[in-house]
Design a protein around this ligand. Structure first.
Ligand code: NAI
Length: 632
């Protein structure tokens, strides 16, 4: 870029300014009732593509398409209406840029002024800055051709058009087609940017000075960005361990550059890969160690596409200012449904009866079989799962009692117990839904089983170490427990290839399942939506609700302000320093939010858009700053 020169922006229309080829849409309108609609539309598309590749005479292609279209003047208002809906998203987002530079923006298109002028007019571009073809109509208003004198209907038309504009200054061309590149090839433009948000053509991208997956990237490269602080295509996402395809789709839709690996990576591999990654997505196998984090220069956030986060060094993440998100209740409903089904199965001994039938034994009797209606269900741990189970269980006629070490609101008609002992003594069915903290090891052992009623039904779908398995076995064998449903074990096989070893194998009326309480396709899909949404919210607004390690802060949407996000070590006096810097630069603060935990402080400051940019440098250099970014 030559300093001081005036800059002109030459922008293509079809598949650049709008997501589509306008003549394709015109065809859909004009051929709506034609029996040959599908084949004709395909013909138009094929001809367009050939023209775009530079392998077809343009005038010929235009003539052919217009004759296939069978279009009329009356179709044009509908076409404009449709095109307005499909202006490229990154163009829409940057309306400010068009307003500011309207005089220096030219649309040079092989399309038609008849529909381009009204579309780009909404973005402040004047009709005289639109260079394009014009339709010719017959006396009945049918579109029968185009103005053949117009250079834009001929090969190399864009080059001729630009020459005739005689613009004095630096010329930047952005478009998706070969004809856009030709302007640069003819030596008329300083730079050609291949725009790939809507379509990507190899013969265009390979000739481009830059590939711009969005208009944000174009503006960022030229330091003209006003709508977003950092182009999303520059945010690299690495997804491991076959994360659900919906998650990949969601993150790609946001505009991120997403790389996917079906398997996990070991520490050495991850250390190599993590360098330029901004968002890492894993499931339970990948170990995110301090060493991995020390090599992560750009990491902003980690998504655990599961519930547990033991595989991540959360403390080291905090020290690096990396926010971790998981999916704490994406599979809540799945666990609850399994618990309900097991209660019914166990009260009717259905699993044992079915097994006998398979052995040829017909054992018809009502002995030991009960309805669930009116029975007392005792829920230990009234968190996400416990509370949801409470609601569902009541709706099918169980009476719910619960015990939690924290104060929890009783839902529906559930009754809170003051002690574990009280719950154990009153319940006909006991279901464990406590979390996996260390202190919960063996909270149900010989003593607790003794406190239960005879013939109780016992479920553990929470964590393996919370129940003393030998005590459980004894109490099944001595008939204290009439039935048990166990989904989690102190030791679980590492993979499906390893044998499941447990004292509980072979016991009567005991349902053993391989830790599948939360394993449903719905839960997988929920996780794939929940986790990316949390990460995108964090990146776009700074909100940390549901973060596993960051102080949770729900922030209002940013309006007419810039947002400064400052993460620092939690030391006394840092907020004061931040505010001192802001005061020294006479910054008007619109809003400020602070939350801390033992390790970090998280301060969000919304400020008026007009400010001295030196303030950013000053904030960045405050001692103990871990990470700093600006959103707008
Ligand atoms: P949560 O954290 O929302 O709820 C746990 C509740 O247990 C909290 O209210 C807590 O105060 C309470 N609690 C902790 N220790 C206690 C104790 N000793 N006595 C009484 N209450 C106690 O957790 P959420 O989401 O409801 O999950 C519950 C359990 O289910 C977790 O252990 C989780 O790992 C497990 N889980 C199992 C799945 C499976 O596939 N089987 C799937 C999903 C979760």
């Amino acid at each position: 870029m030559s300093k001081g020169n005036k800059k002109y922006f030459i922008i293509d229309f079809d598949s650049t300014f709008t997501q589509v080829e306008a003549l394709d849409i015109l065809g859909e309108i004009s051929l709506k009732d034609s029996p040959e609609r599908a084949s004709r539309l395909q013909q138009i598309k094929d001809i367009t593509d050939k023209g775009m590749n530079g392998s077809f005479s343009f005038r010929e292609s235009l003539e052919q398409r217009i004759s296939i279209l069978n279009a009329h003047k009356n179709h044009l208002p509908k076409l404009v209406e449709e095109l307005k809906k499909v202006v490229s998203t990154s163009f829409k987002r940057n309306a400010d840029f068009f307003e500011k530079y309207a005089d220096r923006i030219y649309i040079i298109s092989n399309g038609f002024k008849d529909f381009i002028v009204p579309i780009v007019g909404d973005y402040y571009i004047k009709p005289e800055n639109v260079c394009a073809n014009e339709f010719e109509f017959d006396t009945d208003g049918n579109i029968v051709g185009f103005d053949k004198e117009n250079v834009l209907s001929s090969n190399n038309g864009k080059v001729e058009q630009l020459k005739s504009l005689e613009l004095k200054g630096d010329i930047y061309v952005i478009g998706d087609g070969y004809t856009d590149y030709e302007i640069k090839a003819a030596g008329l433009a300083n730079k050609f940017y291949a725009f790939t948000e809507n379509v990507e053509r190899a013969n265009v991208t390979e000739n481009a000075d830059h590939i711009t997956p969005s208009f944000d990237e174009f503006l960022y490269l030229n330091k003209l960005n006003t709508a977003i602080s950092y182009p999303k295509n520059r945010i690299n996402v690495l997804l491991l361990e076959s994360v659900h395809s919906k998650a990949i789709e969601n993150l790609k839709k946001e505009g991120y550059n997403v790389e996917v690996y079906p398997a996990g990576l070991d520490e050495d591999e991850l250390v190599k890969k993590i360098k330029n990654v901004s968002i890492l997505g894993i499931r339970s196998k990948t170990q995110v160690t301090k060493r991995v984090l020390d090599n992560a220069n750009r990491l902003i956030s980690i998504g655990a596409f599961c519930i547990g986060t033991n595989q991540i060094d959360l403390e080291a993440c905090l020290e690096k200012g990396v926010a971790v998100f998981n999916a704490p209740f994406s599979n809540t409903r799945s666990v609850v449904e399994m618990a309900i089904s097991e209660i019914i199965l166990l009260l009717r001994q259905l699993s044992d009866r079915s097994a006998k039938m398979h052995e040829g034994i017909w054992d018809k009797s009502a002995k030991g079989s009960f309805e669930i209606r009116g029975k007392k269900l005792g829920i230990i741990g009234y968190g996400n799962i416990g509370a949801q189970l409470s609601v569902l269980a009541e709706s099918i006629g169980l009476q719910v009692l619960y015990f939690d070490i924290e104060e929890k609101l009783a839902l529906g008609n559930a009754t809170k117990c003051e002690s574990l002992e009280e719950l154990l003594g009153e319940s006909d069915i006991i279901s464990l839904h406590v979390d996996g903290r260390k202190e919960n090891a063996n909270i149900i052992g010989e003593k607790e089983f003794k406190q239960m009623k005879d013939g109780v039904i016992f479920l553990n779908l929470s964590r393996g170490h919370v129940v003393d398995i030998d005590a459980l076995k004894n109490n099944i064998l001595n008939s204290k427990i009439a039935g048990a449903g166990i989904d989690v074990f102190p030791e679980e096989p590492k993979s499906n290839d390893d044998e499941f070893v447990s004292p509980l194998r072979g016991l009567p009326n005991v349902l053993l399942t391989p830790h599948i309480g939360g394993s449903t396709l719905e839960a997988q899909e929920n996780i794939a939506t929940f986790v990316p949404n949390k990460i995108m919210e964090y990146i776009n607004t700074g909100s940390t609700t549901n973060s596993v390690n960051f102080p949770n802060l729900q922030l209002p949407t940013l309006q007419n302000a810039h947002r400064l996000i400052h993460i620092h070590l939690n030391m006394p006096g840092i907020l004061a320093k931040i505010n001192q810097v802001l005061a020294d630069h006479q910054i008007n603060i619109v809003g400020q939010y602070l939350k801390t935990n033992e390790v970090i402080g998280y301060v969000i400051t919304d400020i008026d858009k007009e400010y001295d940019k030196d303030v950013i440098k000053a904030l960045r250099s405050i001692e103990h700053t871990i990470k700093f970014r600006v959103l707008y």
